[in-house]
Design a protein around this ligand. Structure first.
Ligand SMILES: *[C@@H]1O[C@H](CO)[C@@H](O)[C@H](O)[C@H]1NC(C)=O
Ligand SMILES: *[C@@H]1O[C@H](CO)[C@@H](O)[C@H](O)[C@H]1NC(C)=O
Ligand SMILES: *[C@@H]1O[C@H](CO)[C@@H](O)[C@H](O)[C@H]1NC(C)=O
Ligand SMILES: *[C@@H]1O[C@H](CO)[C@@H](O)[C@H](O)[C@H]1NC(C)=O
Length: 265
């Protein structure tokens, strides 16, 4: 009897694990929107944008975009050039050809930070310069084991269209010419971000109502509409990483309720 209960419990747990995992998979049948290097799919109150592009690491010559700025006392003797720091502002193109469409810049630093393996600690921003996301940034910070065939880096945030961003990037070396000191790195970046407009709507209502810029009846209507939208969004089961946002959303709605009570009491 006890064994059967355990078995049932295990089955339920496995089912939940599989279901949760399946839900987290990035759909592959994405409807392409915009240019070929960028695709966006909408999933509930979230958007997932896939960016695919090529980063040009030019380490020498008149058009160099990467420079060594520091060495440690052991860089020269270290098998991994430990402690060397490079700063870069690399061109990003839609295709491998450096003369193809320019879509972004990769700006940041890479620090040799592993005494034993070839791995750098990378901190960089993808600054999008073309298309619908022009002006927005995606921030990356993580460990890059440069000699491995495929490397994964975390997306830690973003600005503009990519506020509240999270996700990951996968990178491979498309070309490495050590004589010319030139490399092309292929990147696929998955950025998930919530429908920020929803939160700013609610904030607008609170702000507007507080300073009495429209009639109480109108305010009540807008609050009701925003609350309805908020309920829709929270029903979408915001992931754990969005818990803070969800909480502040609930706090905002509490505040809105309070304002209404005061206004109509
Ligand atoms: C540097 O860039 C200029 C302008 O794009 C180009 O004419 C020149 O050939 C480049 N030099 C090298 C060494 O690639
Ligand atoms: C660091 O060391 C390399 C190789 O030893 C040297 O070429 C470079 O000039 C040094 N850079 C700095 C900033 O000290
Ligand atoms: C590439 O770098 C190496 C050392 O890192 C240097 O000896 C060589 O001259 C560089 N090549 C060019 C084309 O600058
Ligand atoms: C999500 O994508 C849709 C369709 O491209 C767009 O209309 C909407 O504004 C996007 N949402 C955010 C928060 O960017």
């Amino acid at each position: 009897m006890k064994n059967q209960t355990t078995l049932v419990l295990l089955s339920i747990i496995s089912y939940l694990l599989i279901a949760t995992h399946a839900r987290k998979q990035i759909p592959t049948t994405a409807a392409a929107t915009g240019k070929s290097w960028v695709r966006t799919i909408v999933r509930g109150s979230e958007n997932i944008t896939q960016l695919h592009f090529y980063v040009h690491d030019v380490r020498a010559g008149e058009n160099a975009t990467l420079y060594r700025v520091a060495n440690s006392s052991i860089t020269a003797t270290s098998p991994t050039s430990f402690g060397s720091v490079n700063v870069f502002d690399d061109l990003i193109t839609a295709e491998p050809d450096i003369n193809s469409e320019q879509v972004a810049r990769a700006q940041g630093t890479s620090t040799s930070a592993d005494l034993v393996n070839q791995a750098v600690a990378i901190s960089m921003n993808f600054y999008i310069t073309s298309g619908e996301f022009s002006g927005s940034t995606v921030s990356i910070a993580g460990r890059n084991p440069v000699t491995e065939a495929s490397r994964e880096l975390p997306v830690t945030g973003g600005t503009g269209a990519f506020r509240f961003a999270r996700g990951y990037a996968v990178t491979t070396t498309y070309l490495h010419d050590s004589e010319a000191n030139y490399s092309i790195l292929e990147y696929t970046v998955y950025v998930t971000y919530s429908n920020v407009a929803l939160w700013s709507d609610i904030l607008d209502v609170v702000t507007c109502y507080t300073i009495h810029c429209f009639s109480p009846l109108n305010a009540f209507k807008r609050v009701a509409e925003s609350l309805e939208k908020l309920m829709d969004a929270t029903r979408e089961e915001l992931p754990d990483t969005m818990a803070v946002v969800r909480l502040s959303g609930m706090e905002i709605s509490d505040l809105t309720m309070e304002l209404c009570d005061n206004g109509f009491g």
